[in-house]
Design a protein around this ligand. Structure first.
Ligand code: ATP
Length: 231
């Protein structure tokens, strides 16, 4: 069985979305190439011509354009304002990052994700309208700690800083038991949203369904309670 093809959260994504990534540093390039590999239309841009050419030769984006994102006219001409989602991947240039985020939000882009390199940078990005602010270095550090301590968590979707939806591998301790027997709610304070039967997910699973070690289940709960699961 291919676990990746069974990923529940991946399957929830909306198709035909168009993305633009502004800033092709390490972070921006990683976002670009991942989206491109997943089959999405993605436009990469940078002020540095060399990075734009590199993005095209390495085929990490569907299109790549050299522009200065602090200039609204250039963004407009490149079609950035028509994108569903724009990722502002400029971490080290505070002024450029803030102006760019302001430009795309003022032009009406629906969803803008911006990379922050410090807490104050994050606050400023929120003030100018960023819909989602990411702190990649901080988040990667936290995720690494989680993975090291809980390797059975395959995927995590953070609802807020305290609560998540996670995909976990069903542990040995749950094997052959029903959800009713396990009393996940009472014992761990988490709720099972879906259980895979090997081919697809059964949403809102029957309490009498027996679990099989190694298959996937989707759980919602506080990070503290998820941490208590025997996985
Ligand atoms: P990394 O991801 O490499 O760790 P980073 O995301 O912090 O670093 P930065 O050095 O902040 O990357 O810059 C990302 C990219 O943003 C750089 O390639 C830079 O050329 C580009 N950039 C900076 N200013 C502008 C601008 N005004 N318009 C477009 N691109 C810009």
């Amino acid at each position: 069985m291919n676990l990746k093809s069974l990923k529940f959260l991946n399957n929830l994504r909306k198709e035909n979305r168009q993305f633009a990534v502004i800033g092709l540093g390490r972070f921006g390039r990683a976002v670009c190439s991942s989206l491109h590999r997943m089959g999405y239309e993605v436009l990469g841009t940078d002020i540095d011509e060399k990075l734009v050419t590199q993005a095209l030769t390495q085929k990490i984006a569907s299109h790549a354009i050299q522009l200065d994102s602090t200039e609204p006219e250039s963004l407009k001409e490149a079609g950035i304002f028509e994108m569903d989602t724009v990722i502002v991947a400029i971490g080290n240039y505070l002024q450029e990052s803030i102006i760019t985020t302001l430009n795309v939000k003022e032009a009406g882009v629906n969803y803008v994700v911006a990379k922050a390199s410090s807490e104050i940078h994050g606050k400023l990005l929120q003030r100018v309208g960023a819909d989602h602010v990411v702190f990649p270095e901080y988040e990667a550090g936290c995720a690494l700690a989680q993975t090291l301590t809980k390797p059975a968590i395959l995927e995590r979707f953070e609802l807020d800083p305290e609560n998540s939806i996670v995909e976990i591998l069903i542990p040995e301790e749950f094997h052959g038991k029903t959800l009713a027997q396990l009393e996940l709610r009472g014992r761990y304070g988490v709720i099972a949203l879906a259980v895979s039967n090997g081919d697809k997910f059964v949403i809102n699973p029957d309490p009498q369904q027996k679990l099989t070690q190694g298959l996937i289940m989707v759980i919602i709960g506080s990070n503290k309670n998820i941490q208590r699961l025997p996985i």
